[in-house]
Design a protein around this ligand. Structure first.
Ligand code: SF4
Length: 326
């Protein structure tokens, strides 16, 4: 591990001052400290923000939900409002990592976590995300777990967060605070596709701090859930996953919110699937037809072609689980 300085701040002003000077924010530390040990990350200054007042889950003025950036994953998953209004978020969180990690890691850190691409974590391998311009060892390497959607010549790594898939499905937004004030960024614009600069992963300005994730109000009742397919049933990242939320009234699907994980360089909103569902009556045939669109535009690599079919089946199964069948 490279030497670094550590400072703990007690208010947002102190945090922003330190962030403006190039300090790196840390809260739960469950990703960053690992990466520092492996010398993938080498921050000069860590700014501990864990005591800032960002630990609440509250209702928004517009009928949605605001989850503070420092709410622990386990706390968010168990919160009665999250559990009741958005089971898809609770389930995504509970299927993530391990109980120990969920007790430490925060919501803000969860969406900021970096890829699990093994070449990214191996400092001897070529990796444009870690070392811009060095190449991408995964493209011609072992790429079974890599992305099939949103890839570029420069990078094919997946985003690892499950909760981010639920947030993408629900069209959440990220509240940010920076030296120039606060702003809100739609979740779809917050995490960036790799393009030619895979080292740029979030739409964050220098020194900006995530203060919350906001879920907008959705039509009620909203049934939702998360399905994660992985190589083992515990402490493993998704090969594919599906976050589904449906508002069905009078036997007709009025709202459909669907996103996939484990397949995209960012959580992948399945707009074509949603469009196929809206205005239709739930049926086995509809779920299958809609899911057929889940992998539209996919560019599989040598070892991950199986994800195309697996993604369609994952989405179909979760549509059936949430929407029921006749
Ligand atoms: Fe690096 Fe991305 Fe290539 Fe993995 S896929 S080696 S993270 S550039």
């Amino acid at each position: 591990m490279h030497p670094f300085t550590y400072t703990k701040v007690s208010d947002t002003r102190g945090a922003l001052d330190a962030g403006r000077r190039g300090g790196r924010y840390i809260a739960g530390g469950t990703t960053l400290v690992d990466l520092m040990r492996e010398t993938v990350e080498r921050p000069g200054t860590l700014v501990d923000i864990s005591t800032l007042p960002l630990h609440e889950v509250t209702a928004t003025e517009r009928g949605g939900l605001r989850i503070g950036a420092l709410v622990r994953m386990a706390e968010a998953a168990a919160h009665p409002k999250v559990r009741t209004l958005y089971p898809v978020i609770s389930e995504a969180l509970e299927l993530s990592a391990s109980p120990q990690l969920r007790n430490m890691a925060t919501i803000g850190g969860n969406i900021m976590q970096r890829t699990r691409c093994t070449y990214f974590r191996d400092v001897t391998a070529a990796c444009n995300k870690r070392d811009p311009g060095s190449g991408c060892a995964a493209r011609d390497g072992f790429n079974r777990t890599h992305a099939i959607l949103g890839t570029s010549e420069s990078c094919v790594a997946t985003h690892p967060s499950d909760a981010a898939v639920a947030f993408a499905a629900l069209e959440a937004s990220v509240r940010l605070l920076g030296p120039d004030g606060g702003r809100t960024v739609p979740f779809a614009d917050f995490l960036l596709r790799p393009g030619s600069t895979p080292n740029n992963e979030q739409a964050l300005r220098k020194g900006e701090l995530i203060t919350a994730v906001e879920i907008p109000a959705h039509a009620r009742p909203l049934k939702s859930g998360y399905l994660k397919v992985r190589d083992r049933q515990s402490y493993e990242f998704a090969l594919t996953s599906a976050a589904v939320a449906l508002h069905i009234r009078g036997g007709v699907i009025r709202e459909a919110k669907v996103a996939a994980g484990g397949v995209g360089t960012v959580p992948w909103k399945l707009t074509a699937v949603e469009q196929r569902l809206i205005g239709e009556r739930p049926s086995k045939a509809l779920w299958a037809e809609a899911a057929e669109r889940a992998a539209d535009g996919a560019s599989p690599l040598q070892h991950n072609r199986f994800k195309v079919e697996l993604l369609k089946r994952t989405v179909e199964r979760q549509l059936r689980a949430v929407g029921g069948t006749k």
